[in-house]
Design a protein around this ligand. Structure first.
Ligand SMILES: [Zn+2]
Length: 230
């Protein structure tokens, strides 16, 4: 009886001991105050939610940082890239082809961070396309990323992140499924995007075992469609 009680007590103590480690994950970004969350005109109102990811501690991002979820680990390995290449992903801005892309993955951002994404400059309102089939994991409004969409691939191995959207396309909802090439939103400059330089910020993340939309290992999207410069 005494032993059982001690075991229970030990379990409580251990559980308490480990709990903080599980709740110190960084959020993708601080949320925008409600007063700043203005719905764009001319497009479907964003269904973005002003909430904080579970376990996240809200922290004000450094000014001018770009939209980037928390990074899990180092660079993805080559086999992940080759598997992504084999899927023949669509380029996520309508009318663009591979030769028009430029590699800005390693560009610096405020605070010494790297960009770790692909920017595709395009006129405001240009349709943004799903790169492949898969569920919409999250519609999120963040201070750096603005109106964003996180899509998973069909197997839940990768997340595709679309940011600075002007708004979502009609019918786009969290938990819904999109098809490759489907219009999911429109190019804009929400978040910290420059109003006179609308673009899509597109990132790919290898998800961790917990499939958390806000955590992953970044993969250079440019290399999915183009070879690295020698
Ligand atoms: Zn970007």
């Amino acid at each position: 009886m005494m032993g059982a009680a001690l075991a229970v007590l030990a379990g409580v103590v251990i559980g308490t001991w480990f709990r903080p480690a599980a709740t110190t994950q960084a959020p993708p970004a601080a949320t925008i105050p409600a007063a700043v969350a203005v719905a764009p005109t001319g497009v479907a109102a964003p269904a973005a939610v002003l909430e904080t990811p579970p376990g996240a501690a809200v922290a004000e991002p450094a000014p001018n940082t770009d939209a980037t979820p928390a990074v899990l680990a180092g660079p993805a390995d080559a086999s992940e890239l080759s598997r992504l290449r084999a899927r023949g992903l669509d380029i996520p801005v309508k009318g663009f082809s591979a030769p028009q892309l430029s590699d800005n993955y390693t560009q610096g951002r405020a605070g010494g961070a790297l960009h770790e994404a692909l920017d595709i400059m395009a006129p405001r309102g240009t349709p943004v396309l799903a790169v492949e089939d898969g569920p919409i994991a999250k519609l999120f409004l963040s201070k750096p990323g603005g109106i964003t969409l996180y899509q998973f691939d069909p197997s839940g191995e990768f997340a595709y992140y679309y940011a600075h959207l002007d708004g979502y396309a009609d019918g786009i909802a969290e938990g819904g499924k999109v098809r490759k090439g489907q219009v999911i939103g429109y190019v804009g400059s929400t978040g910290n995007g420059s109003p006179d330089a609308p673009h899509l910020h597109f990132a790919i993340y290898k998800l961790g075992p917990e499939k958390q939309w806000w955590r992953g290992t970044p993969i250079n999207p440019f290399l999915v469609w183009r070879d690295a410069k020698p």
